[in-house]
Design a protein around this ligand. Sequence first.
Ligand code: COA
Length: 171
Amino acid sequence: MRTEQKSTYRVAVYPGSFDPVTMGHMDIITRASKQFDLLIVAVLNNLSKNPLFSLEERKDLLRKVTSHLPNIEVDGFRDLLANYVREKEAQVIVRGIRSVTDFEYELTMASTNHKLNPDAETIFMMTNPKYSYLSSSLVKEIAHFNGDTTDLVSPEVDAALRKKFNEKAGL
Ligand code: COA
């Protein structure tokens, strides 16, 4: 028997620090954008992490590297993720898993978010194994020592990293 399905607008939030966005994040953003009507990439204004890029710079870079994707909104947040997701009327939180070491932390986070907002479901996507070792800190360290980050980040991010470290070095 065929049942009538109610059409709903599916909104997901992909949260993170994105300091800066890497190819690993891009892999998740690209794949997740195909699963939802709107994917909100939400940048945490996390003062405790002492970011290299300001919140505005991180959002600008994310907007540039996702400009080819039609259903992405880039936003910043400083609230509890569970509250932010409710405020945005999103149904899903997307998180990428790179390895088993990510899993324990992600499980705790998903359970906490579920407790705080039972209406939101956390969905995990396996990061492409090509990027399973990658992190924003690693990219920053390579760029700091003038190493090649071209395969790890988009050209816009690569240029921003060079500029930032040249400025820091007073060049
Ligand atoms: N590919 C490559 N690298 C990835 C990746 C992927 N798919 N996914 C994550 N990473 C890296 C990031 O670059 C980052 O590297 P870094 O530590 O060197 O900067 C690291 O993995 C962790 O990244 P991220 O996913 O950005 O997590 P986070 O720990 O910085 O932030 C939040 C997680 C923002 C989702 C979480 O802290 C949060 O929700 N905070 C809001 C407050 C709150 O609600 N707290 C209670 C939550 S239970």
